[in-house]
Ligand binder design. Structure first.
Ligand code: 0RQ
Length: 501
């Protein structure tokens, strides 16, 4: 049965090829999609074909592409391979696009995820020409039921001159009632407090509003989300997860956390998923989450009843877990609430609720500056995503990583971070499989001693201690954050020259 029950809008159903003709060279296009969920599946490939045809005719064709977060091969992948993305924001994780960014073919504006909608509204990115948004259904009154992510869809639908909808019946029709789309955001100086006092508090509407006059095309699809598989937790990620859980126990014992903790935010990736799995074996009960992304581990916690409520902006599930969820989506209603990313990642709400934020990192330096995005200072991996929104405003923040990368050739603890996303002023607790460094209330030199002792891999610990000791000895008037400037990035240089730090 068709998912489009609005007579005005059903007359606009057409092919992806026809819809793509509304997107021209130089357009700024706001698309749906967040961590591989809820992105348009058909129109991007048709745009890519148009780009290739234009290039074959010797014409330029490129767009500025804005989304919620990362998407999938059917969006970022096809467009990057066609050389059709001139500028991209706010987050990506696609191999083809990463290559285009790191070779300089595509400009990437790596943005805090809570900032992207407001900066678009402020006019910092210019006019949005077209929105391409995937949804689960169009209701008789023209309101739209969102799908497996909300992201920036509200903003793109409101800001764009033209709207293309993809209505995908792979999403459960039972999604109606899962979403909370806040229509109260204003621009300064008209802003008002965001009145969320509890992770599951509703402050908006279950539907997205669409101006029917702006809708130029609707495309029907039936394709699944990207749905990457997760590695089952290995020894290293289990060890990191145990350090996190033990630390939370310790905080409860010292009356700094309630028995059921505070709302949890968990980042993307295998480590974050493993930490959630560790919660399943813990004594914690009645947990809540105020997060960005719901991965398999979090859904398992809902199933076992450990987690009573989750607010997020998107799913990011394995294929099996997504099919299982879709088959019984109705049963999760009331326990999962999906918001726009400007609200799921809102600094005011994160600070008020007092979140426990757990995110991955690439490397940290001995003073606790954290790099979440770059390899050897120059090549981007994914982007900062929501990690900055959560880490800076959380009650507690953890950054987790194995102590080495590339089979031990790289130390994740280095003298000087080759790129900084989270400064020593923000970072609180670093975790590797070696141990946990609680940096709260410590000066830089006390932080360095603790990070080297607790988190560094034994193969690199002495080298780091030697660097620190000599930096202290050789800087009589620079004892606050002692460094040896000529040597600070020598570990990275050595890796580039010799393939080993
Ligand atoms: O590369 O696959 O080529 O070997 O980085 O590393 O260990 O698989 O870890 O999947 O948890 O990702 C920080 C990237 C960690 C992620 C990061 C290489 C390593 C591998 C991935 P290969 P792992 P994870 C909210 C939170 C930013 C966004 C964020 C991330 C690859 O957590 O993108 O936090 N975070 N969002 O080999 C060189 C090092 C390295 C290294 C790892 N020191 N030097 N390469 N790698 N450490 C969610 C959203 O915002 C949407």
């Amino acid at each position: 049965m068709t998912r489009i029950t609005c007579p005005v809008l059903s007359s606009k159903v057409t092919s992806a090829e026809e819809a793509a003709t509304y997107i021209n060279d130089g357009d700024r296009v706001g698309m749906s999609g967040f961590t591989g969920a809820g992105y348009p599946k058909a129109v991007p490939a048709a745009i890519a074909e148009n780009a290739k045809a234009a290039q074959e005719r010797g014409e330029d064709f490129g767009i500025e592409l804005f989304t919620g977060a990362s998407t999938a091969p059917e969006l970022d992948g096809v467009l990057a391979e066609a050389g059709a993305i001139r500028k991209r924001l706010p987050f990506q994780s696609d191999p083809a696009l990463r290559k285009a960014i790191n070779t300089g073919a595509t400009e990437y504006v790596d943005t805090h995820l809570s900032h992207s909608a407001q900066q678009a509204w402020f006019g910092f990115y210019g006019n949005i020409d077209v929105a391409v948004v995937e949804v689960a259904a169009v209701l008789p009154n023209g309101m739209v039921v969102p799908g497996s992510s909300v992201g920036n869809n509200k903003s793109w639908l409101e800001l764009a001159d033209k709207v293309i909808l993809e209505v995908n019946d792979w999403h459960p029709r039972a999604y109606e009632g899962f979403h909370d789309v806040y229509y109260g955001t204003r621009l300064p100086p008209e802003r008002r407090p965001i009145q969320i006092l509890d992770p599951m508090q509703r402050i908006g509407d279950p539907y997205l509003r669409v101006d029917a006059d702006k809708v130029v095309a609707i495309v029907e699809t039936s394709a699944p989300d990207r749905n990457l598989p997760f590695k089952s937790p290995d020894e290293s990620s289990k060890a990191m997860a145990e350090h996190v859980v033990d630390f939370l126990r310790h905080e409860i014992q010292h009356d700094r956390l309630p028995e059921n903790l505070l709302p949890i935010q968990s980042g993307v990736g295998n480590v974050a998923n493993a930490v959630m799995a560790e919660f399943a074996h813990s004594e914690f009960e009645n947990l809540t989450a105020y997060t960005e992304v719901i991965q398999d581990g979090m859904l398992d916690l809902i199933d076992t009843g450990k987690l009573t409520a989750v607010s997020a902006t998107s799913f990011s599930l394995s294929a099996e877990r997504a099919e299982a969820f879709n088959a019984k989506a109705e049963e999760y209603k009331g326990r999962i609430l999906m918001r726009t990313q400007e609200i799921s990642n809102h600094p005011e709400v994160i600070r008020r609720l007092g979140l426990i934020a757990i995110n991955g990192m690439v490397e940290a330096d001995i003073y606790g500056n954290v790099n979440s995005t770059h390899v050897m200072g120059s090549s981007v991996i994914n982007g900062i995503g929501g990690s900055g929104d959560f880490a800076r405003n959380a009650y507690l923040n953890f950054f987790v990583s194995p102590s080495t990368a590339k089979d031990g050739a790289i130390s994740a603890i280095v003298p000087f971070a080759s790129h900084t996303d989270h400064t020593e002023h923000d970072t609180q607790i670093l975790v590797t499989e070696q141990g946990l460094a609680d940096l709260r209330g410590l000066s830089p030199t006390a932080r360095a001693r603790r990070i080297i002792a607790n988190c560094a891999h034994p193969d690199y610990r002495d080298g780091l201690q030697d660097y620190f000791d000599r930096a202290v000895a050789e800087n009589p008037n620079g004892q606050h954050t002692p460094h040896l400037l000529a040597e600070a990035l020598s570990w990275h240089q050595k890796f580039q020259a010799e393939g080993h730090m």
